[in-house]
Design a protein around this ligand. Sequence first.
Ligand SMILES: [Zn+2]
Length: 316
Amino acid sequence: MARRRNTTRFGVTGLGEREELAPGIFINTHYRGCTPGFVHTEEGIILVDAPLIPKQAIDWREQIEQQYPGDPLLYIINTDHHRGHALGNQYFMPCKVIAHERAHKEMSGYTENFKERVRNSFKREPDIQAQLNNIVIIPPDITFTKNARLLYGTREVDLIFVGGHTPATSLVWLPNESVCFVGDILWVDQHPYMAQANSLEWLDALEHIRNLDAEYLVPGHGPVCTSEATHKVGEYILFMRGRVRDYYHAGKTKNETKSGLVGEMLEWFPVPAERKVKIESQIKSGLNRVYREIQREEEENAISNDDADDSGDGDL
Ligand SMILES: [Zn+2]
């Protein structure tokens, strides 16, 4: 299908310009925290994720209302429960929030302490920090476990749980327009955030995305792309799994593995000097996660090999 991408860009307040991927489907790649989108239906607007910075969330809402004055905001779908996707929910009320049931569990556990950590993460940007004085967590009103489908007007919006990046990560797939919001499964030219990852599930999620054969993939972070872009992050995860297994077999502890491999992983994507410390600790938290996964796999392997020996002894 050779549909030309609509390159017309719109801007309202100068805080960020939206882009129309298909008629009535908009995204904005200029905000911090994630790339949010919205889908116009004959019955109202369905949003995908929310900008993290309050001024940007308010700007996004103004852009939606400017594009479709008077149309109600029906739903906001969070592709996962992380701050970059879900903290801005409060700026789109009174619409209903939809996310995976695990996102509900996680977000219901966000305490004052969490809000303080969010504010502290902006201590070098006091203007943003000040905007975050009134954080209100809006956990999902509607949850799903595997899949859900919204049918509004001529739109079909499929929510597909894939996990991988977090136990809540879900895709938002519009089959008629061939657009898929892939959340944080896909990171383009950036280190994926793996602190809550399940690497095998993540590889399956990438395969799932490839099988959709979408015309446009909208990653949580990075530019719009096609399934071609799924390969690099898949290779990154496979490489990490392989190297962690090498270290595990060599008898290295989790901490030795983390400090031993962080340098190798860092080389995969360019990292600006001022973000190096942060990305290093992010990579280490991913290595931590993958180490535990490999350890479990290896222990299970050992047990099933024992079983095989038993059956060889004729006990069964
Ligand atoms: Zn995330």
